[in-house]
Design a protein around this ligand. Sequence first.
Ligand SMILES: Cc1cc2nc3c(=O)[nH]c(=O)nc-3n(C[C@H](O)[C@H](O)[C@H](O)COP(=O)(O)OP(=O)(O)OC[C@H]3O[C@@H](n4cnc5c(N)ncnc54)[C@H](O)[C@@H]3O)c2cc1C
Length: 402
Amino acid sequence: MRIVCAGGGPAGLYFSIMMKRQDPAHEITVMERNPIGSTYGWGVTYWGNLLDRFHHDDPVTAQAISASSVRWSDGVAHICGERVVHHGDQGFSIGRHRLLDILTQRADDLGVRMRFEEEIESVSQLPEADLIVAGDGVNSRLREHYSAEFGTNVSVGRNKYIWLGTRKVFDSFTFAFVETAHGWIWFYAYGFSSDLSTCIVECSPETWTGLGLDVLPQEDSLALLAELFAEPLDGYPLIGRPDGDGRAQWLNFRTLTNQNWYHGNLVLIGDAAHTTHYSIGAGTKLALEDAVGLADALARHDDLPSALDAYERERKFAVLPFQSAARYSAQWYENIPRYMQLQPERLFALLGQRHSPLLPHLPPQVYYRINQVTEQLTALRRLRGWLGPHLARALHGRSLAG
Ligand SMILES: Cc1cc2nc3c(=O)[nH]c(=O)nc-3n(C[C@H](O)[C@H](O)[C@H](O)COP(=O)(O)OP(=O)(O)OC[C@H]3O[C@@H](n4cnc5c(N)ncnc54)[C@H](O)[C@@H]3O)c2cc1C
């Protein structure tokens, strides 16, 4: 099969790897607009079950990703000077640069043709192919050409965010909330290498303009943020971008959905097909799973339309719970004043519940109590499940002895 993939992000690269592993005879070309080794963003998080999946898909890639990832444990929240810890949360993170280096190298080793610095505007620019994969991200040009056929819908989030880095290495997933004269501002941060962490800062548009973040030059706005978050950052500065002109942009998150994921032989994958708010940290995982899903569907079906149909049906269904969780999570942050009256412990507990469809409809204090009771009941049920067989065995033993 001749395959052309627009975009050398996680989705496009992993799909190429999957297809080459299926059959080295596939002719695959990946066309990426950026030079080799350059990308936006800092580190991305993922959870342990994704590593298991990687091992199953391609042990070589899995080992490289595992060796370059860091593991974080616990959740920490700094709320108005108070530090709350939630034990037990565990996850992994890896630098986006490093992840793309690994995938590019592996695709290259398997014989995928990599063409960098090629900006794809339309299908007519592409070499002849049986299958065209649009892995060119949320602003996919290929998708935009056929937005009516794909049934594309974009909704723009209210809050402003900026994706930054810092040399303060967080070993837990860390939140920090600071109240300013213009409203709340907060960050989520996690380490992703021995000397760097991601730090995503977010606030309402009113706080953004109130603090002057819309007009301040970048150096001044980073200095202001570092000052606001001096305590959780331990005085470390914030960094815009690791390369290029070093500038990061304030953006509004765009949640994208498509009614149809393919049109003719053009198929959408990863962020080109769907986005989920960064606060649930699932976009890369879903992009990689799309890649596996598409490769699987192509292996199972002899004709392209059936394969694309199966891919669309299966992956649309699989991403639904993440899309729902992401929407509620984004809304939680957009309605932050509703929760900031709670005591820090309770606020942190409800932060962990932000994906719940029920939470926006109940007073936060009431939801918190219901959640407490439910958790206690679950713990009790677990204890009963564990204790039951032990008790039965003990009683049985006694009656035999008697
Ligand atoms: C602030 C923030 C934090 C995030 N944190 C996490 C996280 O912790 N965990 C997680 O799983 N996900 C996270 N994500 C989401 C994740 O970054 C994306 O979901 C993921 O990168 C999608 O992969 P992709 O390959 O589909 O698209 P992309 O990574 O966007 O890759 C698309 C590629 O296509 C190229 N391209 C674009 N247009 C063209 C063109 N016209 N011609 C040629 N090439 C083109 C781009 O240069 C890029 O290399 C985060 C996102 C944001 C914004």
